[in-house]
Structures are given as C-alpha cells and as structure tokens.
Design a protein around this ligand. Structure first.
Ligand code: ATP
Ligand code: MG
Length: 213
C-alpha cells in the first residue's frame, strides 16, 4: 500500500528547483518528517550513468526519440528501485524533475508527440503520479542571467526560444492537471517562494504528515 507523498519540482533550467528543494528539506527536518530526495535523471547507479550520457556534450548526435527513451529508462529504474519503496514505507519523496519534464522539454520544447511521451511516462512510472507538483515559473532571460556563472551543459545550449516553448508547455501541463500542478512565481525571493510551498504542502497533507511529528 502506498502512503507517502510524492512531491515533484518542475520548471526551466535555473528556475530555482534545487534551491527550493533544499529549503523544503530544512522544513521537513525541523518538523521531523522523513523524506528522500532524488534528482532526475539520476538517483540510482544506472540512472546516474544515463544522466552522464544525456548531459555529455559529446552526445550532440543524440536523436530526440533516443533521448526520450533514455530519460524514461532512468525514470523506470528510479521509480522501481527507490521511489515506490520509499512511498510504501510512508516517506515523503521529493523529486527534482519527474514526468512533466519529459512533456515540457521533449514534447513542447522539441516537438515530439505528447500522447506517445505520456505513454512512455506511464510505462516508466508504472502509473505512479505525483501527489503535488510545483512548477517554478520564470522568464527564461532572467533564469539565464542567474546561471551565467554556471557551466552550460548540452541541455542548456538550446537557446532562449527553446526555454520559452518549455515555459509555455508547463502552462499547458498545469491546465491539464489543475488539481496536481501549482504554478509558483519563481521570480519572488527564495524565502517567499519557500514559505508559499511549505504552506501549500502542510495545507494539503496536514493529516498524513502530522502523524510523523
Ligand atoms: N528566488 C530566487 N531569486 C534569485 N535567485 C535565485 C532564486 N532561486 C534560486 N536562485 C539562484 O538561481 C540559480 C539557479 O537556481 P537553482 O540551481 O536552484 O535552479 P534549478 O531550477 O535547480 O536549475 P537547474 O535546472 O539548472 O538544476 C542559483 O544560482 C540560485 O542561487
Ligand atoms: Mg537544479
């Protein structure tokens, strides 16, 4: 039986996902809520190897379908090996990217067929759907300014137009999954965003999370 909560963070590169996850972890620690955090692609030995392949600049010949299947393979391993067992134990699972990244990046960003990607996602997760998804929304120009000192990897070399498409894609995802997805203004201060996210989680899962205090 699955009892834990799966909380996913989405948004374009540099939108503040990792920053907010660190802040949420601190809140969970304060409250004694047990959790595990994973980043996608990654989180298992195999998935980290796949991550290295996907981010490697040498892989410039990687075709879109191959890219999507590699993401799906990494996700399938992570879901079966780590996420489902943790949820079954009643732990909260925080994911830095999950299924929506495939739809936003490969679907809306690269133009692959969204129905097929959704099927691929369903196979990878064996039907597991996040309990809540925070989409950190930010102007791609601003996100890129934030990241200027950080090394650009293959994923980031797509240009502002690519990230505009992904941003719009996330709006579509939100329209189609209104009860699960919450768009957060990622341009606010780290503290304001963190408080908003923490508040939403406690409101939604008050009963389930309070038993671990
Ligand atoms: N609310 C904020 N206001 C200003 N700067 C921020 C904010 N949140 C994060 N940053 C800064 O923006 C940069 C990118 O943030 P972060 O690494 O959390 O984004 P990310 O969404 O995890 O990016 P990636 O997809 O590349 O992993 C970091 O330098 C971080 O300190
Ligand atoms: Mg990050």
């Amino acid at each position: 039986m699955i009892t834990g909560k799966l909380i996913t963070f989405e948004g374009i590169d540099g939108s503040g996902k990792s920053t907010q996850i660190k802040l949420l972890e601190a809140e969970f620690e304060k409250s004694g809520i047990s959790y595990k955090t994973f980043r996608e692609p990654g989180g298992t030995k195999l998935s980290e190897k796949i991550r290295a392949m996907l981010l490697d600049k040498e892989n410039i010949e990687l075709y879109s379908n191959a890219e999507s299947l590699l993401f799906a393979a990494a996700r399938a391993q992570l879901t079966a090996e780590q996420i489902k067992p943790a949820l079954t134990k009643g732990e909260c699972v925080i994911c830095d990217r999950f299924t929506d990244s495939t739809i936003a990046y490969q679907g809306y960003g690269r133009g692959l067929n969204i129905n097929k990607l959704e099927l691929m996602n369903a196979i990878a997760t064996d039907g597991l759907i996040p309990d809540v998804t925070f989409i950190l929304d930010i102007d791609p120009e601003k996100a890129s300014e934030r990241m200027q000192t950080e090394a650009a990897d293959r994923m980031e070399s797509g240009g502002i137009d690519f990230f505009q498409k992904i941003r719009q894609g996330y709006y579509q995802i939100r329209e189609q999954n209104q009860s699960r997805c919450i768009v957060i203004n990622g341009e606010k201060s780290q503290k304001d965003i963190s408080e908003e996210i923490h508040h939403i989680i406690m409101e939604r899962f008050k009963k389930e999370l309070s038993c671990s205090y």
